[in-house]
Write a new protein. Structure first.
Length: 439
């Protein structure tokens, strides 16, 4: 057994950060050698969520600041929230997830009761002694009684449309495609903060019972058009507050702007979020246009574009409204075919089996009303996979009789393109204004 005979001091400032992607980093403190535990501090930005994983020993997580969410496999509906000062002891050999479902930075001290930090993922991959990155497909998988690991596939083996898992990750996992994406997210939030405070309107108006089912309303001309915007963030992070900049150019044209908040994975499922998006649209119709005489347009980016597209496929006559109350939509960089997300690690916790894919993919659920005008936008600097998805969804809508346009924003990647909606003269913003005014 390892024994420690002399005091050992580790100074946080002297340690190097290990990058865990655009939303998280890890700084090792002590561990290995004569020290029988492995400790480190992980910093997680809002929206960060681990993959489902397990350790062959007890792990303790102590929240230094922020808010963490932790749940064990099979207990997603009873996720525990931890705040500063809370600690949780996680049993060995039980798959679990933790992350930052709050709105502020999370810092958490991880204590591994082993001299090595060993992480085993439910897809069969595992780490070695340093436990920092996925490498190899060593023996061992989840213990008996837990989720069964998928048979590991070679990273070069084609698994979808001739692409390997590694290539799919490069094409469809935006943490890989745009490693500095967090800087763009932070810039949008910084731009929005003063506008949210100064622009006229109501904030945090409730449209549903969920904790994040709130909208910010920036009113334009009383009888003028309404734009509902659904933010992106992989269905698991970001918030409406960071997109107030979108309202500024629209308000100048008399267009009421509604920024929609919604609950996030893992607290809810993707179908739950889709239902919330429909509830937001129904609320806007009944509250802002009770007579049905105002033109309502949907807009969304990335995950938000998927939500808006699926709202166009929902029959609102069940809610006492027109079958398809939205008259137009601007969809930016959307995930219209969810199937590639089953072949990379980002969305292992979403339950994307064949039944779910049919239920949540806009490419399999076309808009109900062919008279809805569509602009399908995508950054010219996006991955070929995302551009192809935009083209294929455009083709689907065109084949069903929609007036539809494919709009490329030259040079913009997945995180950069959204900022264009704050530029009044940009073609993306002009397209949204045109859709809202019905020109």
């Amino acid at each position: 057994m390892n024994t420690l005979t002399e005091p050992r001091i580790a100074r946080l400032a002297a340690q190097d950060d290990v990058n865990f992607g655009p939303l998280s980093s890890y700084r090792r403190l002590v561990g290995g050698g004569e020290v029988p535990v492995f400790t480190g501090i992980q910093t997680c930005e809002p929206g960060y969520m681990t993959r489902l994983h397990w350790h062959p020993y007890i792990e303790l997580l102590f929240v230094i600041e922020g808010e963490a969410t932790v749940y064990l496999e099979g207990r997603e509906q009873t996720a525990e929230k931890l705040v500063a000062g809370d600690i949780v002891a996680l049993p060995p050999n039980i798959p679990h997830v933790f992350g930052n479902a709050g709105t502020k930075t999370l810092r958490i001290l991880g204590i591994h009761t082993s001299p090595e930090r060993i992480v085993n993922f439910v897809d069969g991959t595992r780490t070695g002694a340093n436990g920092y990155v996925d490498h190899g497909t060593g023996a061992g998988g989840p213990p008996a009684g837990s989720v069964q690991a998928k048979a590991p596939q070679e990273e070069t083996t084609p698994v979808w449309r001739g692409m390997s898992r590694a290539e799919i990750s490069r094409q469809f996992d935006m943490r890989v495609a745009v490693p500095d994406g967090q800087s763009f997210t932070q810039a949008r939030a910084a731009k929005s903060a003063p506008l949210r405070a100064s622009l006229p309107g109501e904030r945090d108006v409730r449209y549903g019972t969920g904790p994040r089912q709130l909208v910010d309303v920036y009113p334009g001309t009383p009888e003028g058009p309404i734009v509902l915007f659904f933010h992106g963030g992989a269905w698991r992070y970001q918030s409406k507050e960071a997109f107030a900049f979108i309202a500024e150019p629209l308000l100048a044209e008399g267009i009421t702007t509604v920024l929609v908040g919604y609950n996030l994975i893992p607290q809810v499922t993707l179908p739950d979020i889709m239902r919330e998006a429909c509830e937001a649209l129904a609320w806007a119709c009944k509250t802002l246009s009770p007579g049905g005489n105002r033109r309502i347009v949907l807009a969304g980016h990335s995950a938000g574009a998927q939500l808006a597209a699926m709202a166009l496929a929902h029959d609102f006559s069940k809610d006492g409204l027109a079958r398809s109350p939205a008259r137009a939509a601007l969809l930016v960089s959307g995930s219209y075919d969810m199937e590639p997300h089953t072949h990379h690690d980002r969305y292992l916790d979403m339950g994307l089996d064949e039944v779910m894919l049919q239920r949540v993919s806009p490419i399999r659920n076309a808009p109900l009303d062919a008279s809805v005008e569509m602009v399908i936008a995508v950054g010219g600097g996006e991955t070929p996979g995302y551009i192809r998805q935009a083209e294929e969804y455009r083709d689907l809508c065109a084949a069903r009789g929609h007036r539809v346009q494919l709009l490329l924003s030259p040079g913009d990647h997945h995180f950069a393109v959204t900022a264009r909606l704050g530029e009044a003269a940009h073609p993306l913003t002009r397209a949204l204004m045109r859709l809202a005014k019905g020109h």
